[in-house]
Design a protein around this ligand. Structure first.
Ligand code: MG
Length: 378
């Protein structure tokens, strides 16, 4: 497996667009977050370096809470190449992906094709054949045709062995809009082309932005998952909920850490994606899971899902007679949001008592419910 650093360049001036587009909001998210979501979902991507203009440094820093893979947020340079160089000089891994933050409709599959290209080349770029007829125009009139045979358009992310692209960038004294051209001109190295995607278009003009908004609105491939869990309570045990140890006289009887809330969330995720339940995935007869933090189990389950789905929202209910958990809820949400890479406002944790009757009301039982709404990625 190749371990790669991803450098997402979002420091352009957006001259043709008229305003900085990568920090425009599309739905609830900033445009650049659509790229971040997809890169964060790729297992081989071990770190993300985000290069932005100075005025967006603070906002970009705040993304670290949502995307733990972001290791550095840095200020871009004058030219695209300076920004790329700044980003690459912080990269820790031997292979890098350089992506244009203005290509939000990137897919996990395309990123994986580029990474797979490393097995045969130290420079890999996604390309698409030119579809339209190409001609030269002069003074608004047809001048002469261009033979489009063998003509391809080059996209991002572009994959490079870090030492190779750094050598080229350091040697180059011209400005390029594309690293593969720079690499060829400077070192004579020919990048390998892999299949790009017409969907991976670059937002250059306002109408591209409108097109992307329409694409998002059109993806209604939604899945809903429901999860439920209960644990017996006993005096003197620890009570862990959402990864937080809650001050309580009673705690859950369990093989793992007994985090009833996280177990319900795991089952909602498994249910929504048509998989078998938590007990099948993590048998309580397996000593490996004895006392394990349920957040680790959540991480494992989410890692298996996130390439195919994104979470639109997660709603939960904790049924517990006492203690009151309202002071712990924020920390629980932070723990869960960090693992699922979603903003806090997409998670809800609500507490209910058993009105002093029934097993919950008599402090014999804790119950949790979770509902999750997922959207399948392209
Ligand atoms: Mg359980």
């Amino acid at each position: 497996m190749y371990e790669v650093s991803a450098v997402i360049v979002a420091a352009g001036e957006s001259k043709r667009f008229g305003q900085n587009k990568v920090f425009l909001k599309v739905g609830e998210k900033y445009l650049v977050q659509y790229s971040l979501d997809v890169f964060a979902a790729v297992e081989e991507v071990k770190e993300i370096i985000l290069v932005v203009r100075r005025e967006f440094l603070e906002l970009a820093e705040s993304f670290k809470a949502i995307y733990p893979k972001i290791t550095q947020v840095i200020e871009g340079g004058h030219e695209r190449q300076d920004s790329v160089l700044h980003g690459l000089s912080c990269a820790k891994y031997p292979y890098v992906l350089i992506h244009d933050g203005a290509r939000p409709n990137i897919s996990v599959a395309l990123i994986n094709r580029v990474i797979q290209g490393f097995s045969s080349s130290d420079a890999v770029v996604p390309v698409i054949p030119v579809r339209d007829t190409l001609v030269y125009f002069e003074d608004q009139f047809f001048n002469k045709p261009i033979n489009r045979d063998g003509l391809f358009a080059v996209q991002t992310p572009q994959g490079y062995k870090k030492s190779l692209i750094l050598e080229a960038l350091n040697k180059s004294d011209k400005n390029y809009t594309d690293e593969s051209t720079l690499l060829f001109d400077t070192l004579g190295v020919r990048a390998k082309g892999v299949e790009g995607s017409f969907a991976n278009f670059k937002i250059t003009y306002p109408e591209d932005f409108e097109l992307f908004q329409r694409i998002l609105g059109g993806n209604m491939d939604l899945r809903v998952g429901i999860g439920f869990d209960s644990h017996r309570l006993e005096r003197g045990r620890k009570l862990i909920l959402g990864g937080v140890q809650v001050q309580s006289d009673f705690g859950a009887v369990a093989h793992s850490d007994g985090d009833c809330l996280v177990h319900a969330i795991i089952d909602a995720l498994l249910g929504g994606t048509g998989q078998k339940d938590i007990g099948t995935q993590f048998p309580d007869t397996d000593p490996k899971y004895s006392g394990i933090s349920s957040l680790k189990l959540l991480q494992e389950i989410w890692d298996g899902i996130r390439q195919q789905y994104e979470i639109l929202n997660l709603d939960t209910v904790v049924k517990l007679e006492k203690p009151k958990i309202k002071d712990n809820v924020d920390e629980m949400k932070e723990n869960i949001a960090r693992i699922l890479s979603i903003p806090l406002d997409r998670i809800s944790i609500k507490a209910k008592t058993g009105e002093k009757i029934g097993p919950v009301g008599e402090c014999l039982l804790i119950e949790c419910e979770a509902v999750v709404l997922l959207r399948r990625r392209y």
